[in-house]
Design a protein around this ligand. Structure first.
Ligand code: SF4
Ligand code: SF4
Length: 391
């Protein structure tokens, strides 16, 4: 069963009784909060994954299908591997907003968790090897082919929720998962039954884009997190209003989850990345690739890419209160951005928020007339196809 680290408390003082206890002690010393063990074998959620893929719910994440052979047989990732050491690390529960009110998912607002957790995994793997607990190990943290939540649930780290989160009694949905594949056998322990969704449907009801089906399965094609992080395509028009002020990721289904309400704040654990402190979404509309790479070095937001983040920023500005600085920044992006993704998003935001301004309307018409990309031009013209605001 997973345990919560209690630095300075009795957990760290008790005698080490077996190999699992030794791993736990080392994991806590490396900074992890939760530790559990699962066999390195086909995940319990395999059939569900196959159904999800067959239904196309992975949207543009084709790599999920490509890597399915490894996902379904994770022992291929470490020949001779026997077990998974599943690890959890709490992150901030506090809502994060940029200076203009636009939003970034909590887990991404600080230092890039891939780097932070990766270092902890290396430390843990080396120490386990030094202690003679394993000979070979391999690390993963929110990247790679493993069906993390399924393995973590089997290891007792939490409950697989209707919102595709893993819920823990103390951390709710606010924690990262990571794992070591190891060549030693660690006997799994009974999973916790302390958490479940029961008849709750709060996340399903609150999702701004209705991405969670009544069956409790998230469809990436409608999910804000997918569209603002992974997708390099225009966001479907029918979803844009639902994006709200989210520039990167979306926390709505976690925010409404009752299991997260009493989680510790942990806002200081990953801090706030310098690129996000005092930033406005409008600042990110015109970054060149080198500027973007430099500014977001060490931030999870790099995943979106310069054009993707600018697209997201434009959409978010279409949901914020009108502001002259934002209007000017959107007009500039509409006029001069190299990516049609961004020009299209800027046009949508301007049409939604500023179409009562005659100068803005004229700029939108000129932009549509000169737009060289057919799909982008069609999209811009749809902003005028119905009375009232763009949707
Ligand atoms: S992350 Fe946002 S859009 Fe995706 S399922 Fe949750 S609430 Fe819906
Ligand atoms: S909001 Fe309710 S249904 Fe959704 S994950 Fe939390 S407990 Fe489960």
């Amino acid at each position: 069963m997973s345990r919560i680290a209690n630095p300075g408390g009795s957990l760290h003082n008790r005698a080490v009784t077996d190999a699992r206890e030794q791993v736990r002690e080392l994991a806590w010393a490396a900074g992890f909060d939760l530790v559990g063990f699962a066999p390195l074998r086909r995940p319990r959620g395999a059939e569900r994954l196959l159904e999800w893929l067959a239904a196309g719910r992975q949207a543009g994440m084709g790599w999920l299908r490509d890597q399915a052979p490894d996902t379904l047989a994770p022992e291929r990732l470490l020949p001779g591997g026997r077990s998974l050491v599943m690890l959890g690390l709490g992150h901030s529960r506090d809502a994060f907003r940029l200076a203009d009110g636009s939003r970034v998912a909590r887990y991404a607002a600080g230092r890039d968790y891939h780097n932070v957790i990766g270092r902890k995994l290396i430390r843990l793997g080396k120490q386990m090897a030094r202690a003679g607990l394993v000979k070979r190990w391999r690390k993963f943290a929110d990247a790679g082919p493993l069906l993390e939540r399924s393995h973590a649930a089997e290891a007792g780290l939490g409950y697989e929720s209707k919102a595709a989160n893993l819920l823990h009694p103390r951390f709710g949905p606010w924690y990262f998962l990571a794992e070591l594949l190891v060549d030693a056998e660690f006997e799994p322990e009974a999973a916790t039954n302390a958490v479940s969704c029961g008849s709750c449907t709060a996340c399903i009801d609150a999702c701004p884009t209705q991405a969670i089906g009544p069956d409790g399965v998230v469809d990436a094609r409608a999910c804000i997190s997918y569209h603002t992080i992974e997708s390099r395509e225009p966001v479907p028009r029918e979803l844009r209003a639902g994006l709200g002020a989210w520039v990167f990721g979306c926390d709505v289904c976690s925010e409404v989850c009752p299991w997260g309400a009493r989680a510790p704040s942990l806002a200081e654990r990953f801090g706030t990345h310098a690129a996000l402190a005092q930033a406005h979404a409008a600042d990110w509309l015109q970054l060149t690739e080198p500027e973007f790479a430099q500014r977001f070095e060490g931030s999870a937001l790099r995943r979106a890419g310069a054009a993707g983040l600018a697209r997201n920023a434009a959409h978010a500005l279409g949901s914020l209160e009108p502001d002259e600085r934002d209007r000017a920044a959107l007009l500039s992006a509409l006029d001069a951005h190299a990516s049609e993704l961004v020009r299209t998003a800027a046009a949508w935001a301007l049409a939604r928020r500023y179409r009562d301004d005659r100068g803005t309307l004229a700029a939108l018409e000129r932009a549509a007339a000169r737009e060289p990309v057919d799909a982008a031009r069609d999209d811009m013209r749809e902003n005028f196809s119905s009375p009232g605001v763009a949707t």
